[in-house]
Design a protein around this ligand. Structure first.
Ligand SMILES: [Ca+2]
Length: 495
């Protein structure tokens, strides 16, 4: 009886196992083993594998035979096995699918990382592109500016080139004109020289010869002026309108033999002066005045620290006296269109028209502080003056450059414009003009570009003159540049 119950319980357990495939899968072998070990041989065992139904009944005393049908249970087990197999296959498939999905997921994960990295890279690239764009923009603007600047410079260069060409063509034209004028002047000089020769021949043949202008001299001072018929030093500057007559000559002046005057033409002035008023020598005319020499005349001077004697006209009457005359014009008797060497040493007649000489001027004004006075007179007898409170000239190495102080006077200031200018003569061009001012103004002066005053110019008779150039003896502030003054003198005195 107990054996039967145990069997029933075993079957029930088996049925439960089959109902749960996973448990059953594992338990089946165990069940088989249990069956093999514990189940005693039984009559119903012969039909094992076929039982499929289990009935649980209350424990009671069985009477009669117990019949258990096993056939349906076997069929169910078989079905369960096939189901298990199919489930297993399904599980396998699902596991396989799961593996695939995992692999895919892994792939996608790495892909996502890659995408993120790419995105990051793209962002940085965008930033860089923005930067580069800004840089490019800046460069484009800068290049535009540069191009504009270049165009501007090119235009300037073009303008400058055009101007240069124009100036050079103008210069060439002027050069041509200058050449033509020079040749005209040369031919005129030649003509004048030949006319003078003809004139001299006629005078020699005539019974009563007229003393030629260059031959006149004075009793006190020997004339050193002569009309040397040189190319540039002839009488170009002489007033041609009316030659000086006998009445222009100072009274009491005797005509000396030609052997001592006209036959001895020289550029060196003031040589062998026979008589001076007093023994001297004086430092200057102020020194003579202070020593009691109160009459105007020729005095012998020796500037301090200068190993040279010179003579000059002392004006002891005008403006308290003591004036050393350094230049005088009054009758056009002396040619002032001279060379550098002549302006350096001086020329003319000490009691007439003369130029004291730049070298003398240098040594005189080196002694002390001098002032300059210019006395001017027009053809109506009107007299004016200009004074400069300081005056000296630099040495020859600096072309006797003019150094002038403050102006005062009644003539107007026509010399300050020449201050600090070098001296220029026909053969030494030191002026600020492209050509030589001395050629146009026909004198020697501290020319600038060219002159507001030209006291060494051509002495024209009568005031207003007609000439191609402003070459008269003029003081621009007094009657302008086309009026040639009658009397002019320049003199110096210690300030
Ligand atoms: Ca010049």
């Amino acid at each position: 009886m107990e054996k039967t119950l145990t069997l029933t319980l075993m079957r029930l357990f088996l049925a439960l196992c089959l109902g749960l495939p996973e448990v059953c899968g594992r338990r089946e072998d165990l069940h088989a083993e249990v069956n093999a070990k514990k189940r005693p041989p039984h009559a119903s065992e012969t039909k094992s594998g076929r039982c499929s139904y289990t009935f649980i009944v209350p424990q009671q005393k069985l009477k009669g035979a117990l019949c258990v049908s096993t056939a349906p249970a076997d069929a169910a087990a078989a079905a369960n096995r096939s189901e298990v197999a199919s489930l297993r296959a399904e599980l396998g498939r699902q596991q396989e699918q799961l593996e695939k999905l995992r692999a895919q997921l892994e792939r996608e994960g790495s892909l996502a990382t890659e995408v993120r990295a790419l995105r990051k890279e793209s962002n940085s690239m965008n930033t860089r592109i923005t930067q580069l764009y800004a840089q490019l923009l800046h460069e484009v603007i800068h290049k535009k500016d540069q191009a504009l600047e270049q165009r501007r410079v090119e235009n300037l260069l073009l303008n400058a080139t055009t101007q240069t060409l124009q100036v050079s063509s103008n210069f060439r034209e002027l050069e041509k004109k200058y050449g033509a004028l020079t040749s005209t002047m040369t031919s005129q000089n030649k003509l004048i020289a030949s006319l003078e020769k003809q004139c001299q021949c006629r005078n020699a043949t005539s019974a009563s010869p007229v003393t030629p202008e260059p031959a006149r001299t004075q009793t006190q001072a020997q004339s050193n002026y002569s009309s040397v018929a040189g190319e540039m030093t002839n009488d170009v500057q002489r007033d041609q309108s009316a030659p000086p007559s006998q009445k222009d000559q100072p009274t009491g002046r005797a005509t000396v033999p030609a052997a001592t005057t006209a036959s001895a033409p020289t550029d060196h002035p003031f040589i062998s002066f026979p008589i001076t008023k007093t023994p001297g020598p004086w430092r200057d005319c102020q020194h003579a005045l202070e020593s009691g020499e109160t009459t105007s005349g020729i005095y012998l001077l020796r500037p301090q620290s200068a190993n040279r004697l010179l003579q000059a006209w002392c004006d002891q009457a005008s403006a308290q006296g003591g004036w050393t005359v350094i230049q005088r014009r009054q009758d056009g008797s002396v040619n002032f269109f001279r060379t550098w060497e002549q302006y350096k040493q001086g020329f003319g007649n000490l009691d007439g028209e003369y130029w004291l000489g730049l070298e003398h001027l240098y040594w005189l004004t080196k002694q002390t502080h001098y002032k300059l006075r210019l006395a001017l007179e027009d053809w109506q007898g009107r007299q004016v003056f200009a004074e400069y409170d300081s005056f000296y000239v630099e040495p020859e190495s600096d072309w006797y450059r003019l150094r002038l102080g403050e102006y005062q006077g009644t003539a107007g200031d026509s010399l300050s414009w020449h201050n600090n200018k070098a001296f220029t003569t026909l053969d030494r061009d030191k002026d600020g003009y492209t050509g030589n001012c001395a050629h146009y103004q026909k004198g020697g002066w501290w020319y600038h570009m060219c002159a507001h005053s030209n006291l060494n110019g051509v002495w024209y008779r009568g005031g207003h003159y007609r000439s191609r150039y402003q070459d008269g003896v003029y003081w621009a502030e007094f009657h302008g540049g086309s009026y040639s003054l009658k009397r002019v003198s320049m003199m110096i005195k210690p300030a």
